[in-house]
Design a protein around this ligand. Sequence first.
Ligand code: ATP
Ligand code: MG
Length: 569
Amino acid sequence: MANQKPSDTADEGPSNFLEDIVEQDLREGKHGGRLMTRFPPEPNGYLHIGHAKSICLNFSMAAKSERGVCNLRFDDTNPEVEEVEFVESIKKDIRWLGFDWEDREYFASSYFEQLYEYACILIRDGKAYVDSQSLEDIRKLRGDFHTPGINSPDRNRSIEENLDLFERMRQGEFEDGAFVLRAKIDMASADVKMRDPILYRIKRVTHHRTGDRWPIYPMYDFAHGLSDAIEGVTHSLCTLEFQNHRGLYYWFLDQLPVPHCPEQYEFARLALGFTVMAKRKLHALVRDNHVSGWDDPRMPTLSGMRRRGYPPRAIRTFCDRIGVSKRDGIVDVTLLEHTLREDLNETSPRVMTVLKPLRVVLTNFPEGEVHELDVPNMPDDPSFGTRRVLFSRELYVERDDFMDDPPKKWWRLGPGKEVRLRYAALITCDEAIRDPNTGELVELRCTWDPNSKGGNAADGRKVRGTLHWVSAAHAVDAEVRLYDRLFTVENPLGEEKEFTEFLNHESLEVLRNCKAEQSLAGAPPGNRYQFERHGYFCVDSEDSSADHLVFNRTISLRDSWAKIAAKLK
Ligand code: ATP
Ligand code: MG
């Protein structure tokens, strides 16, 4: 069954309370032994990693049973903010994550006719009425937790008149806001949601699927549970904020001749440190150009994470690890980063790329000679094969690997210091050449030990430092984008100031003069590598081309941030 959870995900999370419920229901043959979940996005933005938690939960839950299925249902009842672009991106992101809804692609808007029928039934049963009050008056009369609500003057409108007005609302006779349809429940209920909630409002807005066919649209609470019922969903898993919608969810199911009664269960939303997740906030970041778009590699969106270089498996493993509970809290972003590094460490071939190049001339290396080295792509795993790396008289090393006046225990380059060039040879630094005018370091003159091929001295002398390097004549030019966390504080929303005040202005550093080993020439978009000693990088999917390679840093090798932060303290 294609609905299964991708099998390569590390399934290490302990079973959660929802799994226990589902397993018991299956054992007891509840819902006729069926299991159907759904992922119900509103197509009003791009998916983020919080949605991934819900996607993994719903699809994996369905995979608990041979007959289990998970639907994709777009909750598209709010045409002003919904767009086809978002529908398409959501589908792409779910597929990329590794899940398949097969032919069960549904839209709440496909049920508009049925939902309208249900509303008419409520009216005929005296359980709904057309109200001409303004939204503001409705809100005022609703009361609050401490004050009971007050009945609308329209509450006792006759059934005939309600049916007539509702029909005319549908025909488009009235302006926006002229009327709403409300359920007739109990204005004194302790559950404020039960105080005659609005079911339909007039909105003469074009819908991305139904066009101008409907001038009225159902409210979320009315549409959601009934859509679950129409589809035959058995377990409607939603986030904690819907706990207080539960009474209403079941009220509709109780009043109406639905084909099936789903059950609602709530779990905690994912909140992650050093980022924001609410779509409204993400919209604002895009709109105000704090990021380059929804797929900016710093965004917590799935499209951003994909572009950043996250393998989908790392996200699934992360969702497994955080588990599912009823307690809200912020998940430590280092758990995500750790999971990411772990995945990339196992899957990314190693290559050498110099980010801030410094030219090295090996003065005793014959001019024009080129050595071909056969180098492993993954030192610990021969199955990754080998590649050819070229070694010659002129090389690049990392500018930061040289110091004029190095401290003790500096195992890198400095006057008179000997280091190993990874896989190649031992070299000793003889002279640093500076620009006579600016004093800027231009080049190092070094000598190599011809008896150290592969990087080990023939006489067995010990050399501690090993540097990465590339051959100058064979290097490929590249642009490298170093990404860091988008915010400087763990909870940008928990502060007094506007969350954008906490944007990390060093979250992107662009290096335009990088030198990659020749094997990276023409590297295809999306490919991932470990740049030795730097971290994990991928070829950017938007801006990279054969003539202009662009790499994104997915994540550094170790958590350098923790070190910096500790120092700042
Ligand atoms: P946001 O609050 O970010 O705008 P939303 O809840 O409005 O998100 P929907 O498109 O309605 O977004 O969400 C689709 C599904 O994903 C819902 O079932 C919702 O509960 C779930 N979901 C959304 N955000 C999270 C999150 N942070 N953690 C877990 N599940 C989430
Ligand atoms: Mg929502």
